[in-house]
Design a protein around this ligand. Structure first.
Ligand SMILES: NC(=O)C1=CN([C@@H]2O[C@H](COP(=O)(O)OP(=O)(O)OC[C@H]3O[C@@H](n4cnc5c(N)ncnc54)[C@H](OP(=O)(O)O)[C@@H]3O)[C@@H](O)[C@H]2O)C=CC1
Ligand SMILES: CC(=O)N[C@@H](CCC(=O)OP(=O)(O)O)C(=O)O
Length: 344
C-alpha cells in the first residue's frame, strides 16, 4: 500500500480526502494532522468514517513523521505548504498542495494577492499546476503539484476548448460564478452562519478575487496570449457546489461547438459534455469527481454561453488531488474516484 499523510485533516477538504481515500484500493492514510484536535480519533470527529479509520488519530504536524509517507497532501490555509514542502521534497516525499501556495508561477503576483512574501519561491520551478485535462504528462513526472482552486477548475474547463481553438475574443471573457458555503472552509466565520448565508445570495470580490490571477494564468496559456477576464464570485445558500456561467464573444463562425467540446474532452474521465440544450445542476455532481458542461449559443448570436458545474470539495479540491496522486504514482486514474454523484 502507498502511505500518505494529510496536513489539515479536520477541515472540509481534509475530511473529503479521508472519505475518498477510504475506498482507494492502493492507498493507506498513515498520518493525519490537526493542531486543535491532536489526540482525537478521526471516527470521533467524523462519524461518517466510523469503520474505516478506527485506529487513526489526529496528531500535531511533524515533518519527521510526514517524511515517512510516500506522498503528503496539504489541506491547509495558504502559507503552511510554503513552510514544510521543501523539507518533504528533499526527503523524497511527493507533495500535493490543495492550497494556493504554488498555483501562481510569479511569486510577486502571489505576494500581491496574498498580502505577504512568497514563502518558497525556490520551489516554483518544480511545481506543476494540477489540472490533469491540461497537464497530465507533466503531472505524471511531478514531485510537487499545486491543485487548482475550485472556481479556477470550473472556469478553465468551460473555456479551454474555445480559447485553444481561438474562437472567442480573449479580451472580453466573463465568468459569473456561484459557490456553496463549504468553499469558505470549516472555520467559524460570520458570513457562513445559517442565518447569514441561507435565504440570501450575494456577490463578493467583484473588484478582484484571489482566483482572478490564477484563472487568467490558465486561460492565457490556453489562448497563447494574455486574456481580459471579468470574474465575479457569489455565495449561495447551498452546502457544496460551484456553478459557473461563462460568456465569450465569438470572433469567427464555428463549425460545431458541441462537437468541439465533445472532441476536446473525449478521453477525459472526469469531464462530461452534456447533450445540446442541457442545464447541468450542481446536485448532479455532488460527491463526484466530475465537471459537467453544457454549451449554448442563444439565438444563434455571437455570444457563446458555457455552463460548468463541479463539487467544490471534489473536482474543485480533494477529488482532483487524488486524481493527481494517481497520475504521479502511475495508478489507474479512476482509483478511489469512480463513485457517482449523490442525488437528491
Ligand atoms: N473548501 C473548498 O471548497 C476548497 C478549499 N481549497 C483550499 O484548500 C485548503 C483547505 O481548505 P478547507 O479544508 O476548506 O479549510 P478548513 O479551514 O476547513 O481547514 C483547514 C485545516 O488546516 C489546519 N490548519 C490551519 N492552520 C494550520 C497551520 N498553520 N498548520 C497546520 N495546519 C493548519 C486546520 O486544523 P488545525 O487548525 O486544527 O491544525 C484544518 O484542519 C485551503 O487552502 C483552501 O483555500 C481549495 C479548493 C476548494
Ligand atoms: C465561498 C468561498 O468563500 N469560497 C472561497 C474559495 C476559495 C478557496 O477555497 O480557494 P483557495 O484554495 O484558492 O483559497 C473564496 O472565495 O475565498
Amino acid at each position: 500500500m502507498i502511505k500518505v499523510g494529510i496536513v489539515g485533516g479536520t477541515g472540509y477538504t481534509g475530511v473529503e480526502l479521508l472519505r475518498l481515500l477510504a475506498c482507494h484500493p492502493h492507498v493507506a492514510v498513515d498520518v493525519i494532522t490537526s493542531r486543535s484536535e491532536a489526540g482525537t480519533y478521526v471516527s470521533e470527529l467524523y462519524p461518517n468514517l466510523r469503520g474505516h479509520y478506527d485506529d487513526l488519530a489526529f496528531s500535531e504536524p511533524d515533518a519527521e513523521q510526514l517524511a515517512s509517507c510516500d506522498a503528503v497532501f496539504f489541506a491547509t490555509p495558504h502559507g503552511v505548504a510554503h513552510a514544510l514542502a521543501g523539507e518533504l521534497l528533499e526527503r523524497g516525499t511527493r507533495v500535493i498542495d490543495l492550497s494556493a501556495d504554488f498555483r501562481l508561477r510569479d511569486s510577486d503576483e502571489w505576494s500581491h494577492w496574498y498580502g505577504e512574501p512568497h514563502g518558497a519561491p525556490e520551489l516554483l520551478d518544480q511545481a506543476v499546476y494540477g489540472l490533469p485535462e491540461v497537464n497530465r504528462e507533466r503531472i505524471r513526472q511531478a514531485r510537487l503539484v499545486a491543485v487548482p482552486g475550485c472556481y479556477p477548475t470550473a472556469v478553465q474547463l468551460g473555456l479551454l476548448p474555445l480559447l485553444e481553438a481561438g474562437l472567442i475574443d480573449a479580451d472580453r471573457i466573463i465568468a459569473d460564478c456561484k459557490s456553496g458555503v463549504t468553499g469558505a472552509g470549516r472555520g467559524a466565520k460570520v458570513p457562513s452562519l445559517l442565518a447569514e448565508a441561507s435565504e440570501s445570495m450575494k456577490a463578493y470580490g467583484a473588484s478582484g478575487h484571489r482566483h482572478l490571477p490564477e484563472i487568467r494564468q490558465g486561460l492565457a496559456d490556453a489562448a497563447g496570449r494574455p486574456v481580459g477576464l471579468t470574474f465575479v464570485p457569489h455565495l449561495t445558500p447551498m452546502i457544496r457546489g460551484i456553478h459557473a456561467t461563462l460568456y465569450g464573444r465569438l470572433t469567427t463562425e464555428p463549425d460545431d461547438l458541441q462537437a468541439l467540446f465533445e472532441r476536446r474532452f473525449a478521453n477525459e474521465p472526469f469531464v462530461d459534455v452534456m447533450p445540446p440544450g442541457s442545464h447541468p445542476e450542481t446536485r448532479s455532481v455532488k460527491g463526484a469527481n466530475l465537471c459537467r458542461l453544457a454549451i449554448h449559443r442563444p439565438g444563434d448570436g455571437d455570444t457563446v454561453v458555457v455552463l460548468s458545474v463541479i463539487d467544490n470539495l471534489v473536482k474543485g479540491a480533494s477529488g482532483q488531488a487524488v486524481h493527481n496522486l494517481n497520475l504521479m504514482l502511475g495508478l489507474d486514474e479512476l482509483a478511489g474516484l469512480d463513485a457517482p454523484a449523490i442525488m437528491p
